[in-house]
Design a protein around this ligand. Structure first.
Ligand SMILES: Cc1cc2nc3c(=O)[nH]c(=O)nc-3n(C[C@H](O)[C@H](O)[C@H](O)COP(=O)(O)OP(=O)(O)OC[C@H]3O[C@@H](n4cnc5c(N)ncnc54)[C@H](O)[C@@H]3O)c2cc1C
Ligand code: FES
Length: 432
């Protein structure tokens, strides 16, 4: 009781407060509020914003799409060819640790780290690690993944060149029971789940793989969604998933199959083996697609992409409704001369220092990206996809700013950059 009385006596009686005392209380309160605002503003200035502030994407934290963030062991449990000519082979993978897989977005890809034994595709003796991406070619399932790989042969006009390193390795050396190192599914090329908009899948050759994943997901999860597949190949010899596609078309009225053969064999029957002759072009799409909005997904050869994407835009398809992915050759180097001479840094150029190699070179905007630039000057740098997806060229950025014309698929850890799609915005020091 005594304590309560003492406390009550220490609080001023509001009725006994004079006007000048009240003014003093209000002034103190306002001063405290102003002080709190200043402290908050200073704190905001020292903490970086979550969104990237420049095209350098330096503040982006690596996103883990799935249950793991680095390499994980997967066992090949089955392999099977998908075409009559046996140029495209599927590999079924299961996680060695047995932990169920988190779902991926239909259309995404996996990244592989491969240890090539000496002698494969002309490599010298010893083991060499290369990195490559392969699209998931089936719908998401907890049990495992499937990828499908086409053997990349030497270009027809350069038969003396070695055939593709990774695809030859898969076809010739990867067998059931083998264990591979795999990164979690990633990529921004995947199906929009809005079932009210019909989807048009346009695939050229091995570009069928992400379409198989999206198609299998649609027929399973959205059986009423209208889906058109235009699949361009030479003939039935290299028509991958032929039987599966025909069975899907027979079972699902909403799935419209359009196999387009450019060079059918004498045994190929129009209307049975394939639906159209020639190549996939805008005229074919205009002739065969119903009116109305569609979402287009395109993955094919460089000539197909170069002609179809602008044609779709000219046709009036909204940019948001055109999705595309280019696989691109991975180890094809620029044809320019490689120079070991130090280039002089002039006032018009930007100095790029490769700290490990101890060389400073002048970026003179001749190259599309830092990877081409480094290779042109004979610097030893890692590469894989050459399109900002696999992370093989990821390099520590010791100082300076690297810019990207488009946001790379890969989330770049703070203090790093991707050489294959980056250009210097200022003088750079790279840990390479
Ligand atoms: C997101 C993504 C998804 C992909 N999905 C798939 C998929 O589902 N299935 C698939 O099969 N591929 C896919 N790819 C392509 C794949 O990653 C590889 O690029 C492809 O397998 C070729 O790699 P490689 O190592 O076999 O060939 P590389 O060794 O990289 O060679 C590529 C080509 O260049 C030729 N070549 C070799 N040396 C030279 C030279 N000096 N000059 C000119 N040419 C030369 C080779 O003969 C070969 O034809 C994908 C790529 C990306 C980026
Ligand atoms: S080479 Fe694949 S991200 Fe650069």
């Amino acid at each position: 009781m005594t304590e309560i009385n003492t406390l009550a006596q220490s609080v001023p009686d509001i009725a006994s407060v004079t006007a000048s005392q009240l003014l003093a209380y209000i002034s103190v309160a306002l001063l405290l509020q102003a002080f709190a605002c200043v402290v908050f503003a200073m704190w905001r200035r020292t903490v970086p914003a979550c969104a990237p502030q420049s095209a350098a994407y330096e503040d982006v934290v690596p996103a883990v799409n799935g249950a793991w963030s680095d390499w994980r062991d997967f066992r090949v449990v089955r392999r099977e060819f998908e075409d009559a000519a046996q140029t495209q082979c599927s590999f079924h993978l299961q996680a060695v640790d047995g932990v169920p897989l988190t779902p991926f977005q239909p259309g995404q890809y996996l990244t592989f780290s491969l240890k090539l034994p000496g002698g494969v595709a002309g490599t010298p003796s010893g083991v060499r690690t290369i990195t490559r991406c392969y699209s998931l070619s089936d719908r998401p399932a907890a049990a495992g993944y499937r990828i499908t790989i086409k053997r990349a042969l030497a270009p027809a006009d350069r038969p003396e060149l070695p055939s593709g390193q990774s695809s030859s390795f898969f076809h010739d050396h990867v067998h059931e029971g083998d264990v591979l190192q795999v990164k979690a599914p990633s990529g921004h090329f995947f199906i929009d789940p809005d079932a009210t908009v019909p989807a048009v899948f346009i695939a050229g050759g091995i570009g069928i793989t992400p379409m198989m994943s999206m198609l299998r997901w649609c027929t399973e999860e959205q059986p009423g969604r209208l889906v058109h597949l235009y699949y361009g190949v030479r003939s039935s010899n290299v028509h991958a998933f032929k039987l599966v596609l025909e069975e899907l078309a027979a079972a699902h009225a909403a799935f419209k199959l359009n196999a387009v053969y450019s060079s059918p064999t004498a045994a190929d029957v129009l209307g049975h083996d394939y639906q159209h002759s020639g190549h996939i072009d805008l005229a074919l799409l205009r002739r065969t697609l119903p009116h109305g909005r569609h979402q287009f997904y395109v993955c094919g050869t460089p000539p197909m992409m170069r002609s179809l994407i602008p044609a779709l835009r000219e046709w009036g398809v909204q940019p948001d409704d055109i999705h595309f992915e280019a696989f691109g050759p991975a180890s094809v180097r620029p044809t320019g001369l490689v120079s070991n001479e130090p280039a002089l840094v002039t006032s018009a150029s930007v100095a790029v220092r490769f700290s490990r190699s101890g060389r400073t070179l002048a970026w003179d905007a001749q190259d599309d990206n830092l990877l081409d630039f480094a290779e042109r000057h004979g610097l030893p740098v890692e590469s894989g996809c050459r399109s900002g997806r696999c992370g093989a060229c990821q390099t520590r950025l010791l100082s300076g700013i690297v810019t990207y014309a488009d946001k790379p698929d890969l989330d770049i850890p703070k203090g790093h950059c991707l050489l294959c799609v980056g250009k210097p915005q200022s003088a750079l020091v790279l840990d390479a």
